[in-house]
Design a protein around this ligand. Structure first.
Ligand SMILES: [Zn+2]
Length: 143
């Protein structure tokens, strides 16, 4: 499927809304050097529109893992829930950093299901987070 056109103006508005960190794993493009993409929160195949309210920024890996999925299973309760929405929900209401700053811990059914589906604690991310912690760049202090 071809990607829908996102105008320069719309992309700028989404960047202003979302900032420099992935809406899910919170990786900062200014640290990773990999620009975040603009993702459809409600996937196009599910009727998601290319408009500001349905767009956010995410890293390639989170975006690919999310794909066209709308829901995931909370590994703790077994409940199937709608994935975390970075535009309408606050990250800190559903997730927290482990005390050492290396792991994202889901606090709610939505948080745990999203951590599991998107694999928000990928081994290479943990290695990177260890280095970011050492230099004081992580975890973000404004979650
Ligand atoms: Zn990410």
């Amino acid at each position: 499927m071809s990607r829908p056109y996102v105008s320069v103006q719309l992309a700028a508005r989404v960047r202003a809304d979302a900032g420099h960190r992935c809406g899910y794993c919170r990786s900062d493009e200014r640290i990773t050097g990999s620009l975040l993409s603009i993702e459809h929160i409600l996937p196009i195949v599910a009727g998601g529109l290319t408009e500001r309210d349905n767009l956010w920024r995410s890293c390639r890996e989170c975006n690919e893992r999310k794909g066209a999925q709308l829901q995931a299973t909370d590994p703790e309760s077994g409940e199937v829930v709608t994935l975390y929405n970075p535009r309408t929900q606050r990250w800190r209401d559903h997730f927290r950093w482990s005390d050492d700053g290396l792991l994202i811990i889901g606090l709610t059914t939505i948080g745990r299901a999203t951590v599991a589906l998107l694999d928000l604690n990928r081994p290479h991310q943990i290695v990177a987070r260890q280095r970011w912690v050492l230099v004081g760049w992580h975890p973000p202090d404004d979650e």
